[in-house]
Design a protein around this ligand. Structure first.
Ligand code: PLP
Length: 284
């Protein structure tokens, strides 16, 4: 049985509980991070913690633990659960108090929960065969740059993608692609340019996206930040997604239109290799 961290305690997963009055449960008043584990080590950890602070800051949520404590908790869970490859999920909510739209952050003790999921991340069906994407309208709220647990629309979007015979959905707002349900979206144009939309309140500033941009820049291939339509994506040479748990995931079709001959493209696979190699060098 897995060991889960809940508010200072390491407990068996069936004893891991939070209050029904928790604002994360009642109002989705919570933030989260997912850090991947390769070879028992944490990938991009400092960047995930920096984004946690940013999310908390944007919502006026207190973080009562130090970054050193957070690293120690991550490592303890990885070790207790023997995670070689997988993810550590961290969720922090504003805390539990009788239900009211109004709240006083100073009177609330944040809830902190972490658990692990062991699963292959490198040798996966997506990496080998790629993924099929469908487009859906982006009906999320206006602050998608904050990593909140308000994930109902992305979850329903992924269900719709599955019902339509695909693996995931890319969301479209104001005529341009924002991002995937749980990942950032990229295309490789027929001229070889790697393109992803710029950061704004409309998308999550992906940690994998930022790392990929930095590694590419260092290799002399910069990633262009500009908006693109779903039509441009369908006409691209390649497309791919980035996220902490998939790294770089090849896209082989969009709304039924095949890309790169229906198999993962060479630029995408090159970026995936670079990302894995470079992030392993920095793993904690
Ligand atoms: N965009 C959304 C909406 C996400 O939920 C995620 C990850 O969960 C990402 C992008 C990718 O971010 P990261 O690379 O930090 O995992």
């Amino acid at each position: 049985m897995r060991t889960v961290y809940v508010n200072g305690n390491y407990v068996p997963e069936d004893e891991a509980k939070v209050s029904v009055f928790d604002r994360g449960f009642l109002f989705a008043d919570g933030i989260y991070e997912v850090a991947s584990v390769l070879g028992g080590k944490l990938i991009d950890f400092p960047a995930h913690i920096a984004r946690l602070h940013r999310s908390a800051g944007e919502l006026g949520m207190r973080i009562d633990v130090t970054d050193e404590d957070l690293l120690a908790i991550h490592r303890e869970l990885v070790s207790r659960n023997n995670v070689e490859e997988g993810v550590v999920y961290l969720q922090m909510t504003r805390g539990a108090i009788d239900r009211d739209f109004l709240f006083d952050t100073d009177k609330l003790t944040p809830t902190l929960v972490l658990f692990t999921q062991s699963r292959p991340l490198i040798d996966t069906a997506v990496a080998k065969n790629g993924m099929k994407i469908v487009s859906i309208p982006d009906l999320r709220w206006g602050r998608c740059d904050i990593k909140t647990v308000q994930l109902l629309y992305p979850s329903l979007g992924k269900m719709e993608a599955k019902a339509r015979g695909a693996d995931d959905a890319w969301m479209v707002r104001d005529g341009v692609v924002t991002e995937g349900t749980s990942n950032n979206a990229f295309i490789v144009t027929k001229n070889g340019a790697i393109v992803t939309r710029p950061l704004s309140h409309a998308i999550l500033p992906g940690i994998t996206r930022a790392a990929l941009m930095a590694y590419s820049e260092a290799n002399g291939t910069s990633i262009e930040e500009r908006e693109f339509t779903i039509e441009e994506a369908k006409d691209a040479a390649e497309a791919f997604i980035s996220s902490a748990s998939v790294f770089v995931g090849p896209v082989i079709s969009i709304d039924g239109v095949e890309l790169s001959g229906g198999k993962p493209g060479p630029v995408t696979l090159g970026l995936r290799k670079t990302y894995i190699e470079e992030s392993l060098k920095r793993a904690l």
